[in-house]
Design a binder for this molecule. Structure first.
Ligand SMILES: Cc1ncc(COP(=O)(O)O)c(C=O)c1O
Length: 379
């Protein structure tokens, strides 16, 4: 194996999920709060559009950048929601935002480069960056400031090797949302910006701000997985300055050829008709967030700030453990509750667990009961 591939770290959340599935095969009734995906079905209009596309024979390659119709619809969404004008030529449709990230870091990171990002962070970021020989420089976000990245702390972390700043608002795993002034301050630090906006649409106060508002040359990665409950459809996109697009197009032609044809039709339906579904899901998530935060605070988990977006609660478990990985497996094996170990999201979250509230009210209540009972007999 190449050292590059062998150096990748496992995605621990997936390891917990895979063990949970093994226990389920043995008949154990596991409650899943570990994986970050909506529990809602994909909106009907989206599924119908996919069926219609299959019936119409849209089962072949498309333009490597994605269909012009879809790129126009994505561009139109930015104009409508954020007042930013982008040409469809600056949009590349990809197999999930994960692939968009692979292209972005692949095109921008040289061996030895540093990428500044907040921690706790999405587990895959340092792995993507390391894969291209770079290093992620983690700037701790303060729980008592809602885990929002501090522009002054980022400024202090800049070195001559800093290649770019990576933003993620709303954030996985903290639910932090950068307010416009802070987003502007981060964008004005003068370094290239990559902004992962996959949780846009899932905020419980003010809507999230795109980095493109303050930095027309930001590289934005986003997709359909989270706000339209389309994780399994694998469709995302990348928006970048014009001068980068030919390189991204060449990467896609070589590495992926084109995004999936009929899923692009389904994505059109999501953009045209899916926002009411997103609004309904958001309302439900908001209620579940309050329920989960209340119940787990009662159990002694410290949750310093109410998450403002995405669908996660990062709960400090230091009253019970200083090893979140062992604790996550303990809860799984002994209480039949699957949670994500905080350490997956960086050392700063070593004593935390991440709970996903894309689960029913009953599942959240039952999970809290099981954890309560287990912790009571564990002592
Ligand atoms: C912050 C963040 N970015 C990107 C992704 C990848 O999403 P996808 O590849 O499904 O678009 C995830 C998935 O959990 C995520 O949490």
């Amino acid at each position: 194996m190449s050292t590059r591939a062998a150096g990748l770290q496992p995605f621990l959340v997936m390891e917990v999920l895979e063990r949970a599935q093994e226990l389920e095969r043995q008949g154990r009734p596991i409650i899943h709060l570990e994986v970050g995906e909506p529990d809602f079905a994909t909106p009907r209009a989206v599924c119908e559009a996919a069926h219609a596309a299959l019936d119409a024979g849209l089962t072949h390659y498309t333009h490597s950048m994605g269909t012009l119709r879809l790129r126009e619809a994505i561009a139109a969404r930015y104009a409508r929601l954020h007042g930013v004008e982008i040409s469809p030529d600056r949009v590349l449709v990809t197999g999930g935002s994960s692939l968009a990230m692979l292209y972005a870091f692949g095109a921008m990171v040289e061996p030895g480069d540093e990428v500044i990002a907040a921690t706790p962070h999405y587990p895959c970021y340092p792995n993507f960056i390391r894969f291209f020989g770079g290093r992620m420089v983690e700037v701790p976000s303060d729980p008592h400031d809602g885990y929002r990245l501090d522009p002054d702390a980022v400024r202090s972390a800049i070195t001559p090797r800093t290649r770019l700043i990576l933003l993620n608002s709303p954030s996985n795993p903290t639910g932090a949302v950068l307010e416009p002034d802070r987003m502007r301050a981060l964008c004005e630090l003068g370094l290239p910006i990559v902004s992962d906006e996959i949780y846009h649409g899932l905020t419980y106060g003010e809507p999230a701000t795109t980095a493109l508002r303050f930095r027309p040359d930001a590289v934005v990665v986003d997709g359909f997985s989270k706000r339209y409950a389309m994780t399994g459809w694998r469709l995302g996109y990348l928006i970048a300055p014009s001068f980068m697009m030919r390189t991204f197009q060449t990467m896609q032609q070589n590495l992926f050829i084109s995004p999936n044809a009929f899923v692009q039709e389904a994505a059109m339906a999501a953009l045209e008709e899916g926002d009411d579904d997103t609004a309904r899901m958001r309302e439900t998530y908001g209620r579940r967030r309050d329920l989960m935060v209340g119940l787990f605070r009662e159990l002694g988990f410290a949750i310093p700030a109410m998450p403002q977006g995405a669908f996660y609660v990062l709960a400090d478990a230091s009253r019970y453990t200083d090893d979140s990985l062992a604790f996550a497996f303990e809860l799984l094996e002994c209480a039949n509750v699957a949670v994500a170990p905080g350490v997956d999201f960086g050392e700063a979250a070593r004593r935390a667990i991440r709970l996903c509230y894309a689960a029913s009210d009953d599942a959240i209540r039952e999970a809290a009961n099981r954890v309560r009972e287990y912790l009571a007999c564990r002592g």
